[in-house]
Design a protein around this ligand. Sequence first.
Ligand SMILES: NC(=O)c1ccc[n+]([C@@H]2O[C@H](COP(=O)([O-])OP(=O)(O)OC[C@H]3O[C@@H](n4cnc5c(N)ncnc54)[C@H](OP(=O)(O)O)[C@@H]3O)[C@@H](O)[C@H]2O)c1
Length: 261
Amino acid sequence: MAQEKRLENKVALITGASRGIGKAIALCFAKEGAFVAINYAQSQNLAEEVCQTIRTNGGRCMDVQADLGDSRQVDRMIEKVLLENDKIDILVNNAGVLKLMPTLDTLGSDFDRMIDVNLKGILHCSRVVSDNMKGLDTGRIINVSSIAALGTSMNGCTGYAITKSAVNMLTRRLALELGPENITVNAIAPGFVATDMSLEGARATGTELSSIASRTMLNRIGQPVDIARVALFLASEDSSFMTGQVITVDGGRVDYLTRSV
Ligand SMILES: NC(=O)c1ccc[n+]([C@@H]2O[C@H](COP(=O)([O-])OP(=O)(O)OC[C@H]3O[C@@H](n4cnc5c(N)ncnc54)[C@H](OP(=O)(O)O)[C@@H]3O)[C@@H](O)[C@H]2O)c1
């Protein structure tokens, strides 16, 4: 007998799903039977490729452009997804940007951009999508935070860490307020996962991947699928009594603010 898929009949909107962690989540959810809406900001070709892969494997999806830093674009994106499906059961707030700067220079347009995308983007998306979820009397919101919020010592990431700390608090506050509607809100705090963002960050700070791996108990860097599997757990019935939590998925990092290697 064929095994039941864990997200059958569910509709998931995944922001920033053209590459990296978001792409892995989209592929994983589609494999488990969800219709997935794949958001991207600029990489239309990559988002179409993700869709093509999903359809080739018998899954259902659409790609949808929106810059998460622009609330009107977010509104249009959610309208398009709802036109196609009438509902959104699962929202994965994954899109994020990382701009490195010295702590005392954490001011100006680069910091504003991180606040707009990493924080306000999540808040706006959650507000609009949770309105729809309230009508369903169930829902899942999954925020992608970072171990930066827990105090990694990576140079230049104070501004980014501030936005991700705010995401953790937003996760708990939203969980409190949406709990009575049976909407769970949890976050994943990934460690170093091999994607464009992290590899560029490592290059910019002159950090060897082997040195990052050596700071984990498992002695390796993460892969996007490591995060996708935890997102699947949070999206599925298996996590139905869990909300307001930030789950660290970092291979067991040992260097929080200690600079120890
Ligand atoms: N990789 C890590 O080690 C790591 C660790 C901790 C946390 N995280 C978090 O994990 C999430 C995913 O990161 P990643 O490493 O997979 O990044 P990535 O490889 O750089 O991919 C970023 C994704 O977000 C999209 N995106 C960027 N800015 C956007 C915007 N303004 N509006 C809509 N979409 C936007 C990109 O779309 P386009 O392709 O169209 O640009 C792309 O799909 C982020 O929130 C990041 O902070 C990553």
